[in-house]
Each structure stands twice: as structure tokens, then as C-alpha cells.
Design a protein. Structure first.
Length: 402
């Protein structure tokens, strides 16, 4: 099997995913093209050598539809010979796109592939694409469909994470993100988004709230209690988990991932192509894996995906220097750390989506780049990135810095 190397990774800043947010006036195509152009310009790429552009997008409809990967590549002035494909594995779409990009190289079927993702949540909201899982009563009943926030509350209830635990985790995410920005840890990866006049629309993650205190969070009402109690979703999930007496609703906007816009791109290539282009590889892909998990609780997949990817790499948790797990909800990370016996000092060391936001289809590619940057900054060797996924899945990737 051939080796797949990472040569570069870039991302936009994350803009608040609502009208008035810093990237609300940027179309999804504009966001995706921004990072594709950055990869080309930073690496002086002859894009006629690009075998594929693989982008994740959770809601590939409306402005994000019509195979946004191919159209964004054309809009970014890539060679017409560079094809594009859009993939969706819900919240892991960006990492799935990167894994598929790497897989083409590892299989010997490509030499240079761009992986990444895009999501404009302010312009194409969640659930825009519909689907049978939440809307078809027969499908919802059979799968015990429950909104993700209630699944997160079930995790907290089942494994005993109190409101103070999830709020404390959220405060630390904010603190770490501020520290990373104050010390310019993201400067190598961030590509400012410009308007048509070349003026900066956004150059920083604008969702952060570093001034937030525990008292501030304690004043927030649980975000999913009404869904659970008034609309019956607590009863649905308790049918699947009868050992739980009642759901303790502990998650809210302050300890859950933020709704934001953004895009990311990662350049993968073979050793031969890197040598041809004069590029120095930054890391190699050791392994990757995706798994299915119980769909009602939904968000416990990261530990299983991590274990599967580590097994494929012939590694153990102790062999990994740093972890990145998307902070969909605080309880997701607390459970991951508990299952794999990982200290907080080894995971999400620069904060995460609770502080900076979760642009759905782009997040996996973003945190892959964040992990690589931090391995380089700390002079460490190995990292694992993973995400929980809707409908009960998990995706993980193991990298080794060169």
C-alpha cells in the first residue's frame, strides 16, 4: 500500500452562523474557493496535476448543492481537468472527505488530491436537505429518533456528568481558544476571507466568548428540556434506555458547539508527487476508520472509531501524543476521555467547537489541520482526530508528523 502524505492544511476563520455574522454575505462557493485558492497559491500548484477535489458538506442543497466541490474548483480557477466530488457523513463529512482523498493515494489510484469541507450554516441551515430519519414516522419510530441535544443529555445522565462538569469543560474550551488566538497558534492555517473588492470580511474566529464565567453559564436554561419533556423525546429515548430513570438536561448554548460558517482544505499527495512539486511532507496518514454505533444515544461513536483506527495502525491510546475531538457537546468529550482514559492535557489543547464553533461539513478538515499545527508547535509525533456523527457513527484518523 502506498503512503499518503499531508503537504498543507488551511481554513477560513469561523463566522457566526446567522445574519450579521462575518461570513453571512460570503456564499458557500466563495468560502470553498477561498481555501482552494490558498492551497494553490501557497504551494504554487499546477492544478492540472490534481486528481480530485473531495469536499464534505452536511447540507448539500441550495447554494451548497450541485456538487459544490467541482463547481468550487472551477470557480477557484483550478484546471478543468481537476474533478470534484461532494460527500456527506453528517458532522464527520470534512474528515471523511480527507480520508477518501488519502485513500485514493494509498490505493495507488491518485497522486495529488485535495480533501476538505464547507458549510454556510447562516445561508443553508441545518436540516435543509430533509431526509427520512427525522421526518418519516416509521423510520423515526424504528430508530428511536431523538434530537442530538437530548442524546448528549442522556450521555451526561447515564455516566453521571453534572451541570457543573459540562459547564466547567466549556469554560476551559473558551480559555484555551483565547490563549491559542492570543499567541497566534492558528496563524499558519488561517486564510482571511475577502470580498469582491479584496477587503477583509473576516480574519478571526468570531464565535468565541472568552469573558464567559461559570456564573454566566449557570444562569442559562437547559436548551433541550422543552424538546424532551413537552414534545416527548425524553420518553422516546427512555424506551431505548429503560435503565435510566429520567433525563437530566444539562446542555445549553454555552456548553454545546456553536453554529458558524467556514471552509477548510488539506493537500494530500504521494511521495513521488511531493518530490516532483518540491513540497515537503508535514505528516503521513497512519490509518483511518468509521464505525456505526447505537443511533438513539448517537454520540458515543468517537471512542469506537478511535479504537478501530488505532488497531489498524498497530497502535494504542498510549502511542498518541495529542487528540482532537469535535466538541459537539461537552458530555461527548467527557465520555471519550473517560472511556479511553485520556487526560484533558492531551485533548483539544487549543479549545474547540464550544468556543470557536462547528461548521458541520468543514469541521473535520479544520481540526485535522489544527492537530497537525499543534504537533509541529510542540515537536510531538502522533495525533488522532475524531468526531461524533448523527444517526450513530464515528470517524477517526491517525497521523504521524514528519
Amino acid at each position: 500500500m502506498a503512503e499518503a502524505y499531508i503537504y498543507d492544511a488551511v481554513r477560513t476563520p469561523r463566522g457566526k452562523g446567522r445574519q450579521g455574522g462575518g461570513l453571512n454575505q460570503a456564499t458557500p462557493i466563495h468560502l470553498a474557493a477561498t481555501v482552494l485558492r490558498a492551497l494553490r497559491e501557497r504551494n504554487r500548484l499546477d492544478t492540472s496535476l490534481v486528481d480530485d477535489v473531495v469536499l464534505g458538506c452536511v447540507e448539500p442543497v441550495a447554494e451548497q448543492g450541485a456538487d459544490i466541490a467541482r463547481v468550487a474548483a472551477l470557480y477557484a480557477d483550478y484546471a478543468v481537468t481537476a474533478p470534484g466530488v461532494t460527500v456527506s457523513r453528517f458532522c464527520a463529512s470534512g474528515l471523511e472527505a480527507c480520508n477518501q482523498a488519502a485513500a485514493q493515494i494509498m490505493a495507488g489510484q491518485a497522486e495529488l488530491v485535495v480533501g476538505g469541507g464547507v458549510e454556510s450554516m447562516s445561508r443553508v441551515p441545518m436540516f435543509s436537505s430533509g431526509g427520512a430519519w427525522p421526518t418519516d414516522p416509521q423510520v423515526a419510530h424504528k430508530t428511536y429518533f431523538t434530537p442530538q441535544g437530548i442524546s448528549a443529555d442522556l450521555i451526561a445522565t447515564k455516566w453521571g456528568y453534572a451541570r457543573s462538569d459540562v459547564d466547567g469543560y466549556a469554560i476551559e474550551s473558551q480559555r484555551r481558544a483565547k490563549h491559542a488566538w492570543d499567541n497566534a497558534y492558528f496563524r499558519h492555517a488561517i486564510v482571511p476571507v475577502l470580498d469582491i473588492n479584496g477587503l477583509v470580511m473576516l480574519a478571526h474566529d468570531e464565535h468565541m466568548r472568552p469573558q464567559t464565567t461559570l456564573d454566566d453559564l449557570a444562569a442559562l436554561k437547559p436548551a433541550f428540556q422543552e424538546q424532551g419533556e413537552k414534545y416527548g423525546f425524553d420518553s422516546v429515548i427512555l424506551q431505548r434506555y429503560p435503565e435510566v430513570e429520567r433525563i437530566e438536561h444539562v446542555h445549553h448554548a454555552g456548553n454545546s458547539s456553536g453554529i458558524v460558517d467556514g471552509a477548510a482544505a488539506v493537500l494530500f499527495g504521494s511521495a513521488a508527487m511531493g518530490k516532483k512539486l518540491g513540497l515537503k511532507p508535514r505528516a503521513r496518514i497512519r490509518s483511518f476508520a468509521s464505525i456505526g454505533s447505537e443511533p438513539a444515544i448517537m454520540l458515543t461513536g468517537p471512542s469506537y472509531a478511535a479504537e478501530k483506527a488505532l488497531q489498524r495502525a498497530g497502535m494504542s491510546v498510549k502511542d498518541i501524543d495529542l487528540f482532537e475531538l469535535n466538541e459537539a457537546f461537552a458530555a461527548v468529550v467527557l465520555r471519550f476521555m473517560q472511556v479511553l482514559e485520556i487526560s484533558h492535557e492531551r485533548i483539544n489543547v487549543n479549545g474547540g467547537a464550544i468556543a470557536m464553533g462547528h461548521p458541520l461539513g468543514a469541521t473535520g478538515a479544520m481540526i485535522l489541520g489544527t492537530l497537525l499545527d499543534e504537533l509541529e508547535r510542540r515537536d510531538l509525533a502522533t495525533g488522532l482526530v475524531t468526531l461524533c456523527v448523527g444517526a450513530g457513527m464515528g470517524t477517526a484518523t491517525v497521523i504521524e508528523r514528519l
